[in-house]
Design a protein around this ligand. Structure first.
Ligand SMILES: Cc1ncc(COP(=O)(O)O)c(C=O)c1O
Length: 412
């Protein structure tokens, strides 16, 4: 038989976008750092070393609260560890129904639906709501789960430059009136902590007859006077946002994601959303954890928010007095502007050597030339630890400016 000459196929799996092996060889690979125990006041144990966690999402500092742990243990004793089915079939416990009722009340919506993660809630909701000839319109820095939901749907995905509402308006104006349009947006951008201009976006959606879905993963429980999220922060009527999405894995120390919306919408998702129907139910332990977390939020929100805001201010003030530039965050997400990805990577590595658990964030997650160290502060941090951390990071960034840096693909 004649041999057919051809070039070999591309590597499988394909090459990673950035050079993982090169990063490891240069000693600047800081990801997947193992934690062996969560300690008090934002400290963790890693490699037998106490490290101050500055990269976690437990904004209210509720993780490991004994009452919450107890709720999870109680649910395991009642229901076991497994769910043995999707919510549609054998996986709905009374805890799930109570949790959904509580979430709906929290957002002043008619109903809610809980998924096993926030990622799945976004992907699965968006994918089943939009069809061919529909449009999904996203800010370019939206969380990947919203973009991925748009990709899984058969709708046309249109993305506008970050915060460019003039472009958003142009896009909306260019879509035929007869098409279904969904604008999807992070209330608080996860890397920068800035708030999206939701009142202006609502006005545009109304003008062009578009539906609006808002991701409140980084705003509900922490933003607004009582932690009521973006609606409280901007004094927005609940009905001005068609679909609210959030996670149960950040301020609430559980897992799971949810959608709160009209009864009609929730009923549709319960019967059409593939990530809900064709996947295991959220575990009863996590439903109980989330329920107890919500109760603690309700009863302690004022104290927790006060502590969180004071801690955030102290950390920002310490960094600024070391000459460090920060982004325009309105929450406890603190983007420490570095610019060059390699400098950010080296700074993160030196932070780890000083027992500060923090990560660098590079493009495409942040815009080109705007690499950051991303810190997030919690209500359980101690002020003296945050002052120490702020001063140490200031000194490290000054040092990195003078260093000769390696050149590795993907870190530029
Ligand atoms: C804005 C935003 N949306 C969605 C998600 C996904 O949530 P989960 O971690 O519950 O899957 C995240 C998680 O980081 C997020 O930051």
């Amino acid at each position: 038989m004649n041999q057919i000459k051809s070039s070999p196929p591309p590597p499988f799996p394909p090459d990673t976008v950035w050079d993982v092996a090169g990063g490891k060889a240069a000693g600047i690979y800081t990801w997947f750092k193992e934690i062996s125990e969560e300690l008090d006041n934002g400290w963790v144990l890693s490699d037998n070393n106490r490290m101050l966690m500055l990269g976690g999402y437990s904004y209210l500092g509720l993780n490991k609260r004994p009452e919450i742990n107890q709720a999870a243990i109680g649910a395991i004793q009642t229901f076991g560890t497994g769910m043995s089915g999707s919510r549609f079939l054998a996986g709905t416990t009374e805890l799930h129904s109570q949790l959904e009722k509580k979430i709906a009340e929290l957002h002043n919506k008619e109903g809610a639906i809980v998924y096993t993660s926030g990622y799945l809630a976004n992907v699965s909701t968006i994918a089943c709501l939009l069809r061919k000839n529909d449009f999904i319109i996203c800010d370019k820095t939206n969380h990947a789960s919203m973009i991925d939901g748009g990709r899984y749907s058969n709708a046309k995905l249109m993305r506008y430059p970050h915060n460019d509402l003039t472009r958003l308006q142009k896009i909306l104006a260019s879509i035929p009136d007869s098409s279904r349009k969904l604008v999807v947006i992070d209330a608080i951008f996860s890397m920068s902590g800035e708030a999206a201009d939701i009142p202006q976006i609502i006005a545009l959606c109304k003008k062009y007859n578009a539906y609006l879905m808002v991701d409140e993963c980084h705003s509900i429980f922490v933003l607004g006077k009582t932690g009521g999220g973006i609606a409280e922060y901007f004094n927005i009527k609940p009905d001005d946002i068609d679909i609210t999405m959030a996670t149960l894995s950040k301020s609430i120390p559980a897992a799971g994601g949810y959608i709160a919306s009209s009864e009609k919408m929730i009923n549709y998702l319960r019967h059409e959303s593939r990530g809900f129907i064709y996947s295991i139910a959220l575990s009863a332990a996590m439903a109980a954890t989330a329920l107890r977390g919500l109760e603690i939020f309700e009863s302690e929100r004022q104290t927790l928010l006060e502590r969180l805001n004071d801690n955030t201010e102290i950390f920002k003030k310490t960094l600024r007095s070391s000459g460090i530039q920060l982004g325009d965050s309105v929450t406890s997400i603190i983007p420490i502007l570095v610019g060059d990805p390699m400098k950010a990577a080296v700074a993160a590595k030196i932070c780890h050597e000083h027992d500060l658990y923090i990560h660098a964030v590079f493009p495409p997650v942040v815009p080109v030339g705007k690499a950051i160290l991303r810190a997030s502060i919690t209500a359980s941090h101690k002020k003296e630890d945050l002052i120490m951390a702020g001063k140490t990071i200031g000194a490290i960034l000054t040092e990195v400016e003078k260093m000769e840096l390696p050149n590795i693909s993907g870190y530029n």
